[in-house]
Design a protein around this ligand. Sequence first.
Ligand SMILES: Cc1cc2nc3c(=O)[nH]c(=O)nc-3n(C[C@H](O)[C@H](O)[C@H](O)COP(=O)(O)O)c2cc1C
Length: 356
Amino acid sequence: MDNSSALMRFLHVLPPEFAHKLTLTALRCGIGPAQNADADLSLSLFGKKARNPLGLSGGADKAAEALEGWARMGFGLVEAGTVTLKPRTGNAAPRCWRFSEQSSIVNWLGMPSGGVGPFIANLRAFQDKPERNQLILGASLASPDGKPEELTRLAEECSPLVDYLTLNISNPNVVYRSDANSSPETITADQIKACKSGAGSKPVLLKLGPTKDPAILRKRVETALAAGAAGFVATNTLSCADRGLVEGLSIEWPQQDGKPVGGYSGPHLLSLSCWMVQEIRVLVGENVPIIGVGGVQSGGDALRLLEAGANAIQVYTGLIYKGPVLIREILSALKTYNNLQRPCLTAKAHGLHKTM
Ligand SMILES: Cc1cc2nc3c(=O)[nH]c(=O)nc-3n(C[C@H](O)[C@H](O)[C@H](O)COP(=O)(O)O)c2cc1C
């Protein structure tokens, strides 16, 4: 057994949230594997150069506390957050479950957040570090209370310190409060506009939740673009109610008060995230950035999402199960793919070597 798999086995003996905290602490203290940048994989997104299209997805570093560590591990993109304006505790434990045989997670965290104060303090402290230039850095924002003014404040505070913002209104663990008289489209449009009004020149992306309905997806995408969204992240976790959207998922869904709770993440999401990215790419054309996320747990999975039309991909659950090995695996797959099929990539206008 190598050091990395011994470490993963140790972490998996611990309760999931504790293991996660320990990982963040280690990364903050400079403990963790280092991966050299590979110039061949560099891309330009949101007007900035990143060394590769592999990203860490929202939720893995909610307080932006280990950014140097993620850069050191080899990521080219990190989406910090989701952060809310005021601190929130989230749901009571237990609220995160591993399904190790399926390399999957169900989380019912309920968007815990330390609030924007510590978040931007961490972002600020990162600005002068050499690793800042290696990353495309995003901030994921939310207002579970559905208050547009909170989103504007969040965007104002974060935008000078990041390269893009993501609006997260697709977390299945949060009951987003909203005006009962407004349609979902109006709420989405209002929230995007609120983010944009505080974002200055920084692009605002919309993180979508799972769907396999082309008409619903089209409406969401068109609404978002009309409200000024600059791109999309697809997809967020899957609620129990939507489990029929994926094939072969056979977990015993966690319950609270007799009801299934939480959002699923893991390999069963991959076909869905690929489908969504492909559909969105057709709808928006080649110049709107799409970040693909959901179910990537190998180099081949990453290539599938890029082939579906993503400019960049993100991982979270795969990292929980495979650790830094996954990063190495994906980066080497990307390298092979690039070297072998560069013309195909550019011909398909997936954007890896294009400036958005
Ligand atoms: C424990 C956990 C917490 C998450 N928290 C967030 C979050 O705060 N914001 C967000 O946009 N997505 C969050 N996500 C969703 C991930 O960003 C991602 O969209 C999803 O897990 C699918 O990707 P994966 O299969 O690679 O994990 C969370 C996922 C997990 C497993």
